[in-house]
Design a protein around this ligand. Structure first.
Ligand SMILES: [Zn+2]
Length: 298
């Protein structure tokens, strides 16, 4: 019953954008694409209305074919935004948004959708840059996932301090959530203590569930995943781990921002970390870096 209801709500979100649900979900499965954005929160909490921007997140290899599908469904490209361009004042490190490229498309009825090309083989990386945990949800071909269900479903959220976005924009974005009854925790430091500074690899278990500093896994026990069918819900591959951005209070009282950290599982079960130093995976460095060492040994 819940399953059918959720599928119907997803169908309604796609119908609002002039898209056929079954066909869109089929294409999403083929190209490992997920949907995210305010309408997905509305799938989980139908009384919320926090906006209509619907985004499809894809790995680089799936972007062309998925965009082609949207063109065949009546959309045309309105705007292209290369997120990896270095701004003269900021340098590349302030541009880490989890996206390489964002395409905005519009159809004849004036509906818009965006296609976000992930920096990674995982399509999920861009969703971890949302301004609050209330938006860290996705729909895949298999079902609906809410990654902070113990808060989101009770209309609570943590602020996510992604460094790429201005604080005033983030605060402005919050007002819509507050108007919809959300209580937003600005910094979890006000509610509990933290051990000394730690990394994505450590302390997953020790931190409370409502903690900005708590690393999480896409296949972890905290994630709520409701499949459309009895067939079940396989978390989107490759697996991802992440930690929200937060402000860390120094001993002198000043705040220091710690950016969002994402890491994606690679072959052999190790993880590649994405951060402001490595905003995207550079195959050449990895390949030839190793080759140099190899040749030295010879
Ligand atoms: Zn905390």
């Amino acid at each position: 019953m819940v399953r059918r209801e959720l599928k119907e709500r997803v169908t309604a979100v796609l119908r609002d954008k002039g898209l056929d649900a079954d066909e869109t979900l089929r294409r999403m499965r083929e190209m490992n694409v997920v949907m995210e954005g305010p309408p997905i929160l509305q799938v989980l909490l139908p009384d919320c209305n926090v906006g209509h921007v619907l985004s499809f997140c894809c790995p680089g290899w799936g972007k062309g074919a998925f965009s082609q599908f949207l063109l065949s469904a009546g959309y045309s490209v309105e705007e292209e935004d290369d997120q990896t361009v270095e701004l003269p004042d900021d340098g590349s490190q302030d541009c880490h948004t989890g996206c390489q490229h964002v395409t905005t498309l519009r159809n004849g009825d004036g509906c818009t959708v965006t296609v976000n090309e992930s920096v990674s083989m995982s399509p999920l990386v861009p969703i971890f840059f949302a301004e609050t945990t209330a938006s860290i949800n996705y729909v895949s071909a298999d079902g609906v996932a809410c990654l902070y269900p113990e808060m989101t479903l009770y209309k609570m959220a943590l602020t996510n301090y992604a460094r790429a976005f201005l604080d005033e924009d983030r605060q402005a974005g919050m007002t819509t959530y507050i108007a919809n009854g959300f209580r937003i925790v600005d910094t979890c430091e006000n509610t509990h203590n933290h051990p000394p500074i730690h990394h994505l690899d450590s302390l997953e278990e020790e931190l409370p569930v409502n903690c900005q500093q708590k690393p999480r896994r896409i296949n972890g026990p905290d994630a709520l995943m409701v499949p459309f069918t009895k067939g079940g819900f396989v978390p989107v591959r490759p697996f991802v781990r992440w930690r929200l951005g937060y402000n860390w209070r120094l001993e002198n009282g000043a705040l220091r921002n710690r950016d969002v950290i994402i890491s994606v599982e690679s072959e052999g079960g190790s993880f590649i970390e994405y951060n402001h130093v490595q905003p995207r995976f550079n195959l050449e460095d990895a390949l030839y870096g190793h080759l140099d060492v190899h040749f030295d040994e010879w």
